[in-house]
Design a protein around this ligand. Structure first.
Ligand SMILES: C[S@@+](CC[C@H](N)C(=O)[O-])C[C@H]1O[C@@H](n2cnc3c(N)ncnc32)[C@H](O)[C@@H]1O
Length: 302
């Protein structure tokens, strides 16, 4: 007697994490799916993490579209790396919308920029561009528009997150999404000034021991970043990027421009810088006008 053949499961049945319409080719190219269309434990986790972030960003993109009467959002992703986030966001949100939306990836590693450019062309994702620039260089680059709607920076190394904030402020970003990486600059200044500051207040005990200098340096950096954003009229929320198990650094900072009063956070920012002996970093964590505009204004009034 002839046995009924079991139907071959579709890729969506094998891997229910894959969303309808999502590019299987993209997931294979990003090595999230194996060549024979399987998801292993590691890639399942990676996909879950990126979806988690996309979930935060999608409502921000819809908000931008509503503000721009349906016109697409511009996004700049700083320290893009292999651009997992950019590609998956494009595939799930931008693809097929054809409303002028665009994602730019900024990355200093040329080979990653070339690979991502080739992949976007291969997949037919015309609204994606990749620029081989540092975050700081990209701020003045004529390859980017004068304003950008959404700025993201995920684990952008050291001060690249600070440069991304500076970029976002100068480009009048409506939304900013940051998952900071370790930042060495603040801890270096705390360390340098320790001898001077230790007798000043009992609270300097918080960063007296070397490990505490590093940890406190990292924490106060994010506090200063949040105050800097608030001092520019943004509403800031800080949460944990759950599901980002592979990284110790999972603080998610989301800032939305609301034109909120700036005076109080600007004062707080200056006070915190003074109290922890970080006054020399006031041009990094600036309030009011972005530093370069303030300098330009000063030089014209000289
Ligand atoms: C830890 S990876 C994160 C990649 C990606 N954002 C992600 O979360 O998967 C950091 C990336 O930022 C890039 N990078 C570091 N400093 C940078 C800078 N100042 N400007 C632009 N890219 C930078 C590195 O080359 C690297 O690819």
């Amino acid at each position: 007697m002839k046995q009924d053949k079991k139907p071959v499961p579709t890729i969506y049945e094998q891997a229910p994490e894959i969303k309808p319409g999502q590019s299987i080719e993209l997931l294979k190219e990003l090595h999230i799916l194996t060549r024979d269309g399987k998801l292993n434990q590691d890639s399942r986790r990676k996909l879950k993490q990126v979806y988690h972030l996309v979930q935060f960003i999608e409502p921000l993109l819809k908000d931008v579209e509503a503000q721009k009467d349906g016109q697409g959002a511009t996004v700049v992703d700083h320290g893009a790396g292999k651009s997992y986030l950019g590609f998956i966001l494009y595939d799930l949100f931008f693809k097929g919308r054809e409303n002028g939306g665009r994602i730019y990836g900024i990355e200093t590693r040329e080979e990653l920029v070339q690979k991502s450019t080739a992949l976007a062309a291969h997949l037919g994702f015309p609204g994606m561009s990749f620029l081989n620039l540092s975050v700081a260089e990209s701020t003045g680059s004529d390859k980017l528009p004068a304003t950008i709607d959404v700025v993201t920076a995920l684990h952008a190394c050291n001060t690249a997150t600070d440069d991304a904030i500076d970029f976002a402020l100068k480009k009048q970003a409506k939304h900013i999404v940051l998952v900071p990486c370790c930042q060495a600059e603040v801890a270096t200044v705390l360390r340098k000034n320790k001898g001077r500051d230790l007798g000043r207040s009992a609270l300097t005990e918080i960063w007296r021991h070397p490990i505490h200098t590093r940890e406190f340096g990292s924490q106060i950096t994010n506090v200063l970043r949040c105050l800097q954003l608030e001092a520019h009229g943004y509403q800031v929320t800080v949460t944990e990027l759950v599901g980002w198990e592979h990284s110790m650094k999972n603080e998610l900072i989301v800032a939305t421009y609301k034109n909120l009063p700036r005076r109080r956070p600007a004062e707080r920012l200056q006070q915190v810088l003074a109290e922890v002996g970080l006054e020399e970093l006031s041009s990094r964590f600036y309030s009011g006008q972005p530093a370069s505009q303030a300098q330009a204004a000063e030089s014209t009034t000289d």
